[in-house]
Write a protein that binds this ligand. Structure first.
Ligand code: FMN
Length: 378
């Protein structure tokens, strides 16, 4: 897809990948990806909150080999980073979720893919080729519609369903930024496209129509259904699906308990990357409350603001089993498709390994609160 793996090796940090994505994408599309809702307070808090915890290394403790493997939903993954579901991710690169799933399978980690990613449930499932992929659902037309999505996910080999519960209405957009990532908006940005010919060429060659390969159940439609999940729906879905259900978007201990009571095998502490209700706490600040409520009985994952291997280690030290990356994954994808995502995952893998080495810690499983000072979290 243009960029070679060799050029990807030039990236050593997520900040560099982000800078390359800024050069590749039309200005407004890049801004829509990065921005939070309204004033962007929560999006900013997500990233900054990791500064409130510092490391507490063990000196003169040398482990040449560090074991990064962890177990999530009872199965091993190579290191504790999953890619997060991103609506219409195909607009950032024609490979979209397919490139993402190939990269996560290659890296031995997990993709969480949304029903509105721009490729069909079946296409993405097939691309996973034995790798681990979870399907994220946020809305459906009615229960028949939900049933059909669940059946398709089951036939296509998805391991788990992720139900997003933090988007009961659409949030306010950030001031002065595009409301939605869609074709209408993309075309309104003609002047921006002239200076981003490569993105536009690939977008045009991909058909420019994200609704074509939409995965929502009514063929040819990419409209969101009117129904958004409540706790009763989660129990119903869990029974219908039979496999693991993960609830995404809890930031309080009470809601985490409700999720577990409804049958969730895991919860994702998430505030939609600061794209939902602006003014809620950073996810990292909310993590201790959720871990305290359900950490002993279920897998607690976290997303929001994870930008370095050190951030991942801090999240694990505070009780997360693993973390998800939304924007870093999408920046990598936009730069070089599957290869770009793979490079992003490598940056995290290398960063986690280096952090463990410098901490004097033999494995990610051995990371606990004794490796951090909690200075001013929350
Ligand atoms: C452009 C964009 C689209 C998103 N679309 C979805 C979605 O369709 N479903 C969902 O559950 N979360 C969605 N999210 C939230 C991500 O899954 C994830 O929670 C968030 O990006 C994590 O924060 P980070 O980007 O700082 O890593 C989206 C986030 C972004 C930035």
């Amino acid at each position: 897809m243009g960029d070679s793996v060799r050029s990807n090796r030039e990236f050593f940090t997520i900040a560099e990948v982000e800078a390359a994505s800024r050069r590749r994408l039309p200005k407004s599309l890049f801004a829509a990806l990065g921005s939070g809702s309204e004033g962007g307070l929560t999006a900013r808090r997500n990233e900054e909150s990791f500064d409130a915890v510092s490391f507490r290394p063990r000196a003169a403790t040398v482990y040449d080999q560090r074991d990064l493997r962890t177990v999530v939903l009872g199965r091993e993954m190579a290191f504790p980073v999953l890619t997060a579901p991103i609506g219409k991710v195909r607009i950032f690169h024609p490979q979209g979720a397919i490139g993402g799933v190939r990269a996560t399978t290659n890296a031995g980690v997990v993709s969480v893919v949304t029903t509105s990613c721009g490729h069909s449930i079946e296409e993405v499932g097939a691309a996973a080729a034995g790798g681990r992929v979870w399907l994220q659902i946020g809305t459906w037309q009615d229960r028949n519609d939900a049933e059909s999505i669940i059946e398709r996910a089951s036939s296509a080999g998805y391991e788990a369903l992720v139900i997003t519960v933090d988007s009961s209405v659409s949030p306010n957009p950030p001031a002065g930024r595009p409301v939605k990532i869609d074709l209408y908006n993309a075309l309104n940005f003609g002047p921006e496209l002239i200076v981003r010919p490569r993105w536009f060429y690939e977008y045009a060659r991909d058909g420019m129509d994200l609704s074509l390969a939409s995965v929502v159940s009514s063929p040819g439609s990419n409209k969101k259904g009117p129904l958004r999940p409540t706790w009763g729906d989660i129990e119903w879905i869990r029974d219908l699906w039979g496999g693991p259900v993960v609830v995404k978007g809890v930031i309080t201990g009470d809601d985490a308990k409700r999720a577990v009571q409804a049958g969730a095998s895991g919860v994702i502490v998430s505030n939609h990357g600061g794209k939902g209700l602006d003014g809620v706490p950073a996810t990292f600040a909310a993590l201790p409350e959720v871990v305290g409520a359900v950490g002993s009985e279920t897998d607690v994952l976290l997303d929001g603001g994870i930008r370095t291997g050190g951030d991942v280690v801090k999240a694990v030290a505070m009780g997360a089993k693993a973390t998800l990356i939304g924007r870093p994954f999408t920046w990598g994808l936009s730069v070089a498709g599957e290869d770009g995502v793979l490079r992003v995952l490598d940056i995290f893998r290398e960063g986690i390994g280096r952090t463990l080495g410098l901490l004097g810690c033999p494995s990610i499983e051995a990371v606990d609160r004794t490796f951090v000072n909690v200075d001013a979290l929350g």
